[in-house]
Design a binder for this molecule. Structure first.
Ligand code: SF4
Ligand code: SF4
Ligand code: SF4
Length: 307
């Protein structure tokens, strides 16, 4: 056992997609698993949270936290994981930046709960469930504002190749060096620095397969997004939605960078942008609103309200 890397995997509020991506390293798991001593992974083995709490401080080599801290339990488990692990990894864009759940910060939590439980045609009960449940945090704070992390592995989800690279480095005791390039760096499409002609939806027109999608009017966030996926969408014909978050230093404002990039290209009238971009929050900050400047103002407002 002592030659193995001990590891604990904890899930906050998440869709389990990141852990699924870990399992998706397929046959390479056969190389990796024998070198890991899994101390805690409640989603896979019948561990209890008290098991994690029972480990001595810093007795586990690596902790991996998936998801955001939406509930009081998530906040508690994140703090316990930090206490027990020498190295802590923010795993996936929910864990790194608040992810898609962080978009709920745009609303007051009572409005978000009412939308979820009182307006859905598939849910008849008018009550908001609370029995035997942890309390819901009023806003999702970025996890790195709750505890310190050593490594950020973004992605919604991180690719299996990236996960395999990270696990291999950890097992070998090597430093994990992640290239800092944007998605554009890996994109095979040609850029000619021409102004944007219009703003198009992905289903409008017929995109030239060899030209930059943004320069053709399709909003692509490749220039403001960390390219750890190696451009897997743009090289297959789809725009980048920004799921790997901002480039290092990764707590930059990804949405603001994307907007400023479009601004440098586009002598487009504000009225046209307003008409064509119906959901700027979901388009530019889909994965990183909680860590953005606007997101911080929102969190501060909540803090002041509770003083
Ligand atoms: S980052 Fe994406 S895949 Fe991972 S838990 Fe969050 S929503 Fe799911
Ligand atoms: S903006 Fe998008 S399409 Fe254009 S070069 Fe960058 S990644 Fe490729
Ligand atoms: S190209 Fe963009 S949206 Fe697609 S996986 Fe990479 S970062 Fe995510």
């Amino acid at each position: 056992m002592s030659d193995k890397v001990s590891i604990a995997l904890v899930q906050g509020s998440s869709c389990w997609g990141c852990f699924q991506s870990l399992v998706d390293i397929h046959l390479r798991l056969a190389d990796v698993l024998p070198l890991l001593d899994i101390k805690f992974w409640a989603g896979v083995v019948d561990f209890k949270h008290s098991d994690l709490e029972g480990y001595p401080e810093k007795s586990i080599d690596v902790g991996i936290f998936e998801g955001s801290a939406r509930t009081s339990d998530d906040v508690h488990h994140l703090k316990v994981l930090r206490e027990k692990c020498k190295t802590l990894i923010a795993f996936g864009s929910c864990s790194c930046f608040g992810g898609i759940p962080g978009l709920a910060n745009f609303s007051e939590i009572d409005d978000a709960l009412a939308t979820k439980f009182k307006t859905r045609p598939t849910y008849d009960n008018e009550t908001i469930p609370s029995e035997n449940l942890p309390t819901i945090e009023p806003v999702i704070l970025p996890n790195n504002e709750i505890v310190d992390f050593d490594i950020f592995l973004p992605g919604c989800p991180p690719t299996s190749d990236l996960i395999h690279t990270a696990l291999t480095a950890l097992i070998k005791g090597e430093e994990l060096e992640l290239p800092p390039h944007t998605v554009c760096h890996y994109c095979s499409r040609e850029k000619k620095e021409t102004p944007l002609p219009d703003v198009l939806k992905p289903y409008q027109g017929k995109a030239d397969p060899d030209r930059c999608l943004l320069e053709q009017g399709y909003i692509c966030l490749g220039g403001s997004t960390w390219g750890l996926c190696e451009g897997q969408c743009v090289n297959k014909g789809a725009t980048c939605r920004g799921c790997f978050g901002p480039v290092p230093p990764i707590m930059q404002d990804q949405g603001a960078t994307a907007i400023s990039m479009i601004g440098t290209y586009a002598p487009l009238e504000p009225e046209l942008l307003k008409e064509k971009i119906k959901d700027p929050l979901g388009l530019f900050w889909r994965f990183s609103y909680a860590t953005s400047h606007l997101g911080h103002i929102r969190a501060k407002r909540e803090e002041v309200k509770n003083e």
